[in-house]
Each structure stands twice: as C-alpha cells, then as structure tokens.
Write a protein that binds this ligand. Structure first.
Ligand SMILES: N[C@@H](CCC(=O)N[C@@H](CS)C(=O)NCC(=O)O)C(=O)O
Length: 290
C-alpha cells in the first residue's frame, strides 16, 4: 500500500496483536506501509528492530521516526493523531471510555502465547483444533520459548550495548511454556471473557439498546478487541465456548462482524498467514533445532 501518511506498521504473519492494529487502520482508511517481520528467523531480535521496540515484539508503528509500541498504545495513538478519521474511542471523559478500557484489560489479562503454548502441551483441553492447528501451536511454542531466548542470548554477546533488552527476552520461556495449572487458569480467563461479552450484550438488549456493535452504538475499539479475540480463539479450537446455545448474542455478533469489510479484508490475509505457519515446519525450518 503506498504511504501518504509516513506510517510503517511492523507486523508478523497471523499475529493476534498486529491484527487489531490492521483492522483499526482499515476502519480508519489510513494508508500505511506493511512490513512483515519473520519471527521464525528472529527478525524481531535484530538490533535495528529492538532499538525501535525494546520488547522485541510486534506490532510496532513507525510514524516518521517515532515508534509506537504495542497494540493498545497504537490504537489510541491513531485516534489522537488522525482525528479526521472515524474515532474508535468515545470521549475520554465519558464513563463509556473507562468501561471499554476495562474490557480491553480483561481481554489482555492473559498472554496469547501462553494459550497457544498450552494448547500444544496439553491438547486434551482443546475441544476441536481449527485452522490454527496443533502444528501451528507447536511452531509458536518452539519459537517462543526456545528459539527466541537462545537467539537473544547469542545477540546479547554480539551486541553488548543491548544486553539489558536481550536479557528480558528470557521471560519468553515462561510466557510460552506454561505449566498445566497456569494453562488451566488461562482457559478460565478465556471463558470469562466470552461470558462477560454475552452479559454485556444481554444488559444492553434488556435496556432496549441496539446490539449491532459490542459496547457502543458505533464500531469501536471494543469491537476490534472482541472480534479479533473470537477469531483467534475460534481458529485454535474454542468456538464451542460460545457456540453452545448459551451465548446467542456473541455467536450472532461474530457472524455479523466477520462480514464487515475492514474485518473481512484483514482476516483473509490472516487465514493465509496461518497456512504459512504450518508450511514453515513442512519446509524443515526447525531441522536440527527440535
Ligand atoms: N502487549 C503487546 C503484545 C505483543 C506480542 O506479544 N506480540 C507477539 C506476536 S502476536 C510477539 O511479538 N511475540 C514475539 C515474542 O514474544 O518475542 C501488544 O498488545 O501488542
């Protein structure tokens, strides 16, 4: 996409947190350059990337030479910096703003990599693997808890000026390689997010409000968080958490939102990227490392 806004978004294929930003940019109609970072060969640990985003994670948005790191910060930044585009947050003074932020914090109360790593290690808890299959979970688990920390240690030796940043990447081992107890706790959190969403829809319907969108009358960041959450968790294999007859609002909402042009366009690329994650293993990229 040609850039008229001096924006470059660094993403990884099928990255949960990156997809949020891509939906926001599509929704706002903002042009940007998309740069794909290949986590499988640890491009996110290259010094040039770590200098932009000291966490070594995606997404990162570069606006000119200013980096904005992490999906939550980027979504808010886009709203503040591009006020002429459709707004994704209500006025900061309104109680709705705090409610939306609270829901977003609930969705971010666990780390997606922990869910994915746990699904690889304890597949008996996954009702039915979907497009994001057991192999995808295995690949991410491998990269997340083993390849990235070992490359970080190597890079720390090569680039001593960045040792402190690379040292932090050791945390990846715990993040992506949960114990069964930690994983079960994450699953409870996932269920709780689905239940909370259903209750919120029900409350608004009871008050006679329209429930086309999640927390407000218009498409908002709460929709981005919810639809991307449902997409990812559903692709892994947990759609029965809401397709159980007890979550009719969530079920209908997801069917509807998937058809929204911004969401549809981004999810199409996302699905294709999931396929590529499986192919990486087929090509033997991990040969000698497994
Ligand atoms: N809180 C961050 C999380 C970003 C994140 O964890 N991204 C994953 C990809 S979906 C990543 O970069 N993983 C590589 C790593 O953990 O080193 C956000 O909201 O953007």
């Amino acid at each position: 996409m040609s850039s008229t806004t001096n924006l470059t978004l660094y993403v990884a294929g099928a990255s949960y947190y990156s997809v949020r930003v891509e939906v926001a940019l599509a929704e706002k109609g903002i042009n940007y350059d998309r740069c794909t970072i290949n986590g499988f060969i640890c491009e996110n640990l290259e010094p040039w990337y770590m200098k932009m985003n000291p966490t070594g994670k995606v997404p990162t948005l570069m606006h000119g030479d200013k980096p904005v790191c992490g999906s939550a910060a980027i979504l808010k930044y886009l709203d503040d910096e591009f006020p002429e585009t459709v707004s994704l947050y209500p006025d900061k003074q309104s109680p709705l703003y705090d409610q939306i932020k609270q829901f977003e914090e609930l969705v971010d109360s666990y780390f997606l990599g922990t869910l994915v790593g746990g699904c690889y290690k304890y597949p008996k808890y996954v009702p039915k693997f979907g497009l994001w299959d057991h192999n995808c979970c295995k690949n991410i688990w491998m990269v997340g808890h083993k390849i990235i920390p070992s490359r970080a240690a190597e890079n720390a030796r090569k680039h001593p000026e960045l040792t402190e940043l690379y040292e932090r990447k050791k945390d990846n081992i715990v993040e992506y390689d949960p114990t069964e107890e930690v994983f079960k706790d994450v699953l409870e959190k996932v269920k709780n997010i689905v239940d909370t969403a259903e209750e919120k829809f029900q409350d608004r319907a009871d008050k006679g409000e329209k429930v086309e969108y999640f927390m407000t009358d218009n498409f908002s960041s709460a929709d981005i968080y919810l639809v991307v959450f449902l997409k990812k968790v559903g692709a892994i294999g947990f759609s029965s958490y809401w397709e159980d007859g007890k979550h009719p609002f969530v079920t209908e909402y997801f069917k509807r939102l998937k058809q929204r042009p911004s969401v549809k366009e981004v999810f199409k690329v996302y699905d294709a990227d999931i396929q590529k994650i499986s192919e990486f293993q087929i090509k033997g990229l991990f040969a000698g490392k497994l």
